[in-house]
Design a protein around this ligand. Structure first.
Ligand SMILES: Cc1cc2nc3c(=O)[nH]c(=O)nc-3n(C[C@H](O)[C@H](O)[C@H](O)COP(=O)(O)O)c2cc1C
Length: 207
């Protein structure tokens, strides 16, 4: 595998661990070598939000690295890769990345991406956001990170939660020049989605 086609995937303990899982699934269809690091809180969120076992998520990645393993290849800038996506990114991990005081392999790998001027995409998930969160995001954007919260696009006319997740991830993969199959782009025609169904329901509502 071309070392420049390696991608580091971080899954932290924010709501929406399914974004990380689905991202790994999508990347299996692309010529990319995935390196996964999952935090302990991500494992907790996985158990709360899905029926998946940690081992099943690990099996989706080409290589898995223990979150405590600060001697893993990803902890060094000499590990050549396209960059890193944190999907989803918790406020805690985001804050560590912004300060450089990194306590996990996930945040260390993200810090490495920043120092090596590689692409770093953080799918930060929290709401509402206080000024400290917003200032941290601004600082990270100034350092070169891309803040890409998982916010669904309704123009893609999603039929399901899976459609929404895949569209959001397809736009994240665009940032690495990786084309997700079946990504519905603005202006492309498609079947009416759930938005249209909702409007139809409202029209039929009595009274
Ligand atoms: C089910 C669940 C959902 C959570 N959702 C969020 C969230 O959306 N955003 C967030 O910043 N933290 C969330 N948390 C809290 C984080 O898991 C917690 O701050 C943890 O310390 C993050 O650690 P990590 O960054 O090492 O994964 C959630 C926790 C649980 C158990």
């Amino acid at each position: 595998m071309d070392e420049h086609k390696r991608l580091v995937i971080g899954i932290s303990g924010a709501s929406g661990v399914i974004y990380g899982v689905r991202l790994l699934e999508m990347l299996r269809a692309l010529p990319v070598e995935t390196h996964l690091v999952m935090t302990k809180a991500a494992e907790v969120a996985l158990a709360h939000e899905t029926q998946l076992k940690v081992a099943e998520v690990h099996a989706l990645a080409r290589r898995c690295h223990a979150v405590t393993d600060m001697a893993a290849p990803l902890a060094s800038g000499s590990f050549q890769c396209l960059g890193m996506i944190v999907a989803p990114c918790s406020i805690r991990s985001m804050s560590e990345i912004a300060t450089g005081a990194t306590s996990t392999l996930l945040t260390r790998a993200a810090d490495v991406a920043l120092k090596e001027r590689r692409r770093l995409v953080l799918m930060v998930r929290e709401t509402p956001l206080h000024l400290g969160h917003l200032r941290t995001m601004a600082a990270l954007a100034e350092m070169g990170a891309i803040i890409a919260p998982p916010v669904p696009a309704f123009y893609a006319r999603p039929h399901s939660l899976e459609d929404m997740i895949d569209h959001t991830l397809g736009r994240v993969l665009d940032l690495f020049g990786l084309a997700a199959p079946n990504l519905r782009r603005w202006g492309e025609k498609g079947e009416p989605g759930d938005g249209d169904k909702l409007r139809a329901l409202r029209r039929n509502k009595p009274g």
